[in-house]
Design a protein around this ligand. Structure first.
Ligand SMILES: [Mg+2]
Length: 400
């Protein structure tokens, strides 16, 4: 039997802000932006939740509910740093760590029990160390599969500690609402309600063939989850595989706009290929080659996987800038993403004007258009500008 821990930081971004600014302790902290902006709440402290504020709520609504709240734009680099610190602690107990987002991870500790004691004890040690060494609260769930471990960590937040033993799992699940099943969002919940299914127990009573006919393939997954069955392994990313693109310029260039536009275009293609294959990755590598054929590569590891070109581009650009690319004549620019894994659960949240869901929908739409009408059917305004610039430049180069 497997032993799996799901560790989830409590109100992570808000907790980091409270840790770094003790004046915020005990006060409603809302991370995401100003209450006048168009965006949504990314995370809020438990003090803010008393006002009915929650993640994904429009910031304006949060501002209305809690005018005296502390609204912060968020500091992604700081959260990534803290997340990495937490990951280091987890890796001391097992190499099988699967990050789901900056503040959440699965650990398979089946093989660690001989060394560190039972999974429950490892979970306690982890939470204790994160509390003491990092300074932040976390919740954990311990079970024999991922679904139950995740469910456990969610049941008694904050500072929850829930062990779900294998015996009596069905009875334990029966009274819970179906929305607690992994992957059951508002739409599926509505559908299930229409079928007269309110609790997981209601779902357990329906014969599997009937669930499948009503819900298709996902019906089978739901049937299994309702019975506490989940065979998915805790997966460690594959570093070796990578998806990348590069271009060689017809003439070496130091034109900053052209370079940035090219890099963005490459990131877009890489992200699109990743999405097509259902992959997300954590390691971003930038490759630059100058006039003398000297190649520079720079890489960084994100705390959580992504398939968003916006995220890949932002980090790729900062890597290129660190390599001081602006001052050089370049003949080649490339970008690749490795540390790939299947089945992305959650993205690294963005602090851009577009909110996360908007971007996701945008990607889906653009992918669809490209699938149907070809890769050049749709392009970013920024890339078009780059193209026109090059066209103009070419016109100027024309001999008279
Ligand atoms: Mg969390």
């Amino acid at each position: 039997m497997r032993r799996i821990i799901h560790l989830d930081m409590d109100a992570f971004f808000a907790s980091v802000e409270q840790m770094d600014n003790p004046a915020y302790l005990g006060r409603p902290v809302i991370v995401g932006g100003s209450p006048q902006s168009r965006g949504v709440v990314s995370t809020c402290s438990y003090e803010a939740r008393k006002y009915g504020i929650h993640s994904a709520m429009p910031l304006r609504e949060a501002g209305r509910r809690c005018p005296h709240g502390i609204f912060l734009p968020g500091r992604m680099n700081r959260y990534m740093e803290v997340s990495a610190q937490i990951r280091e602690i987890m890796l001391e107990y097992t190499p099988v760590v699967e990050p789901i987002s900056l503040d959440e991870a699965f650990l398979d500790v089946t093989a660690s029990e001989k060394l560190f004691g039972p999974a429950e004890q490892i979970a306690k040690t982890l939470v204790g160390r994160i509390n003491k060494e990092v300074g932040l609260p976390a919740s954990v769930g311990v079970a024999h599969n991922k679904f139950l471990a995740k469910l456990g960590s969610d049941l008694k937040k904050p500072k929850g500690f829930v062990v779900i033993p294998p015996d009596g799992v069905e009875e334990f699940l029966a009274p819970l609402p179906v929305s607690k099943l992994w992957g059951v969002g508002p739409k599926t919940t509505e559908l299930l309600h229409k079928l007269g299914v309110q609790t997981i127990g209601d779902l357990q009573k329906i014969p599997p063939a009937q669930i499948r006919s009503r819900l298709g393939e996902s019906g089978e997954v739901l049937y299994n989850l309702a019975h506490g069955i989940d065979e998915r392994p805790v997966t460690v990313e594959e570093e070796a595989k990578s998806i990348g693109h590069e271009v060689t310029f017809p003439t070496d260039t130091g034109d900053r706009d052209l370079l940035e536009g090219t890099l963005l275009g490459l990131c877009e293609r890489v992200a699109r290929r990743m999405r097509k294959q259902g992959l997300a990755g954590r390691i971003i590598t930038v490759k630059l080659r100058n006039t003398d054929f000297k190649t520079i590569t720079r890489r960084l590891t994100l705390p959580a996987p992504t398939d968003f070109e916006e995220i890949i581009f932002r980090h790729a650009l900062s890597l290129a800038k660190k390599a001081n690319w602006g001052g050089k004549q370049l003949r080649l620019v490339g970008v690749s993403v490795s540390g790939l894994q299947k089945g992305l659960q959650e993205q690294i949240p963005l602090f851009l004007t577009e909110d996360h869901e908007d971007l996701k929908r945008l990607h889906e739409t653009v992918d669809l258009i490209k699938d149907r009408f070809g890769e050049t059917a749709i392009t970013r305004g920024r890339l078009l500008t780059g193209f026109q610039r090059r066209k103009n430049a070419a016109l100027h180069e024309k001999p008279e």
